[in-house]
Design a protein around this ligand. Structure first.
Ligand code: WT7
Length: 655
């Protein structure tokens, strides 16, 4: 790690914005001054400018009961109205909202007027099914227009969505449905992935099956979009086809205003324990920061840009920068169903050429994957429409940054490396194109209105040239409002560490360079970042020990050329199992098992069967040492181990 950091800090390449770009840029340096002079006033003004408030707010921030913030609390708005109706009322109903591209090559253009109508019909269907404000609706859909419509229709009636990534297993879906107490699930028969239909409805059926454990299911109905045309089982009275009920519903629906702090969604993310956390976001503050950052960080000109964020709606990036911010800003965006490689590598570049994409937002893991395939593939396409490139999800190494700018951006486009989290709701750290001189590999500066610091264990500012922990020092509009059903865990996870100072602890290590710019160094807790997706070591360990062969398991994130980190598992087998079966093929079986239990993204790259695990005298597994083995390094300091010989045994077994 430390040689990597030194390498990073020797990065001296700088890219100043072109005069031409700066001349018509949305963001100006004055934003920093305005926010500096009056932070709350700044957010209030942004909110009034960017959103329609049915009842204007008079209060900005209520931080009287930290860590529970309220923003714009006495104001009222409707999130879906802000994303849809108001653009139609302003005469932009014919503007395309979604340029949807299915993986098999089918496509649909959905205008703001059409999307508004669909959402109104669906809102009527939801109400007809007994969904009321505050109820939870699970969404388990592929990247199709109905996914966006579902989120907005739930928001429109003041209910709360919980989108579950379509790549998650039936078990993961069930635990999320249970935790949120969802009344309705919206799903599809299946969606396209790598040329095949990947079934979804069967996973919903499995998630909702009676397991004979006496547990009461909260789900009353399942609404199913036909997409994959794969055969599905049907539960009469519970299941409904979208195409039967939505077109038949009335297209008249007046959006009712809800208080700014009305919950908007729950999104589950991995923490340091086995149980995912339901991160809760609310309406007015979330939409304010979503719209502000989308407009300023991506230099959005809604009347002329074609924006494309490649994230799935199952992740926070898909919530904020596919579903909410682009629509709140009246943008035209591409929505793509499949993988970048199908039917051949270069499909994404084809999509950019076809739709004339101007703003492109993706993850470093994808960029590194494209680098490996070679520049000839993107160079076959006309990418000259691109004018801003964004990166998110993990640190982007300077080489990938430069490749992105040179090969995809023709050496001309500004790159914005955006740091944020499921919990922060929207971008917190990024360059502003047209303003910031960019540095490859650094996310750089806090956005206007955001207050951050890098501190040591005792909360002291580390100073330029030093590393420490990233903290947020003032509440921000799109901050999480809590963990669903678990206020104690919310406090413990984010606020206890720097309780005296009232700082939010992000869980990331960071370093300030000589100019005070921020370089993110990765997680400091037992959370891994695989292809920009967060996974917890504990969650995968608990899946591994649920297998009949496993006695004990330890999981680490080892650095990986393409995915940033990869899951590497060390497993001790049960004597009783070994006697009957032997270890042959078991590593493969365990990889598949984790994939079934959690989802393919959690599948370990390597599973090593070992005789022992390195533990301290108090029994804590020393993952640091296992990471050394997984990364093929000399094993570090073992003096705190209960048994110092154990590492040489493990190293030998792994080889
Ligand atoms: C974690 C949050 C919010 C976007 C998708 C991931 C890492 C995110 C960056 C970046 C370095 C980054 C952090 C953070 N991360 N963006 N630009 N540079 N690291 O959301 O699953 O909530 O994960 O992703 O470690 O804590 P998430």
């Amino acid at each position: 790690m430390s040689s990597q950091i030194d390498h990073l800090l020797n990065e001296t390449r700088r890219f100043a914005p072109s005069e031409e770009f700066a001349a018509s840029a949305v963001a100006t340096a004055e934003l920093y001054e305005q926010a500096e002079a009056d932070r709350e006033g700044f957010w209030a003004e942004q909110s009034r400018t960017l959103l329609h408030w049915e009842k204007p707010f008079t209060e900005v921030l209520d931080w009287s009961t930290p860590p529970f913030a309220k923003w714009f609390a006495d104001g009222e708005l409707n999130v879906a109205y802000n994303c849809l109706d108001r653009h139609v009322e302003a005469g932009n109903g014919d503007r395309v909202a979604l340029l949807w591209e299915g993986e098999p090559g089918d496509s649909r253009r959905v205008t703001y007027a059409e999307l508004t109508e669909e959402v109104k019909r669906l809102a009527n269907v939801l109400t007809g099914l007994g969904i009321e404000a505050g109820d939870r609706v699970a969404v388990y859909l592929p990247m199709i227009p109905e996914a966006i419509a579902s989120m907005l229709a739930v928001a429109r009636i003041g209910a709360i969505h919980s989108v579950v990534f379509g790549g998650f297993s039936a078990d993961s879906l069930r635990s999320r449905i249970d935790d949120a107490g969802a009344k309705l699930v919206i799903t599809a028969d299946g969606g396209y992935r790598k040329g095949k239909v990947s079934p979804l409805k069967p996973a919903v059926d499995q998630a909702l099956a009676d397991r004979g454990d006496g547990e009461q299911l909260t789900v009353e109905h399942v609404l199913v979009v036909r997409r994959g045309e794969n055969e599905v089982a049907w539960t009469e009275g519970r299941d409904l086809w979208w195409h039967d009920v939505v077109p038949a519903a009335s297209a008249e629906h007046t959006a009712q205003a809800f208080p700014a702090e009305n919950p908007l969604f729950i999104l589950y993310t991995s923490g340091t324990t086995g149980k995912p956390k339901g991160i809760l976001h609310t309406s007015g503050g979330y939409l304010t920061q979503a719209a502000f950052t989308h407009r300023n960080v991506f230099d959005l000109h809604p009347e002329s840009d074609v924006y494309w964020c490649t994230a799935d709606i199952g992740w926070i990036t898909g919530h904020t920068y596919v579903a909410y911010a682009p629509l709140a800003n009246g943008a035209t965006q591409v929505l793509y169903e499949g993988t970048p490689e199908f039917p051949q590598p270069g499909r994404w570049w084809e999509v950019i050429e076809k739709y004339g994409v101007t703003i492109f937002y993706t993850a470093p893991t994808a960029i590194r994957g494209f680098m490996k395939q070679g520049r000839q593939i993107p160079q076959r396409r006309d990418l000259s429409s691109l004018r801003v490139l964004g990166s998110v999800g993990e640190p982007i190494n300077p080489e990938a940054w430069i490749w992105y700018r040179e090969i995809i951006g023709a050496g001309r486009t500004p790159i914005v490396d955006t740091w944020w989290q499921t919990e922060t709701g929207a971008i917190m750290v990024s360059a502003l194109p047209g303003v910031t001189e960019t540095k490859p590999g650094s996310a750089q500066v806090a956005l206007p209105g955001i207050s951050l610091d890098v501190v040591d264990e005792k909360a002291r500012h580390v100073g330029h040239g030093n590393g420490g922990l990233l903290v947020v020092t003032e509440p921000w509009p799109s901050m999480l409002r809590g963990i669903w059903g678990d206020p104690e865990r919310y406090r413990e996870t984010y606020w206890d560490r720097f309780a005296d100072q009232g700082h939010y602890f992000a869980g990331d290590g960071a370093r300030l360079d000589e100019d005070g710019d921020i370089w993110l160094l990765g997680r400091v807790d037992d959370v891994m970042n695989i292809s920009g997706h967060r996974l917890s070591t504990a969650e995968i360990e608990s899946a591994l020990v649920a297998h009949e062969a496993t006695a004990e398991a330890a999981v680490v994130g080892a650095s990986d050329e393409t995915t940033g980190q990869a899951v590497v598992a060390f497993v001790i087998l049960k004597e009783s199992y070994l006697k009957l079966h032997g270890p042959d093929g078991l590593a493969q079986q365990l990889r598949a098992w984790v994939s079934e239990q959690i989802g393919p993204i959690a599948r370990p790259r390597d599973v090593y069967i070992v005789g022992e695990l390195p533990k301290t005298r108090s029994g804590k597994i020393m993952r640091r040492l296992l990471r050394d083995v997984a990364e093929g390094r000399e094993v570090g300091d073992t003096t705190t181990l209960a048994d110092t010989a154990v590492m040489s045994v493990i190293s030998a077994q792994v080889r």
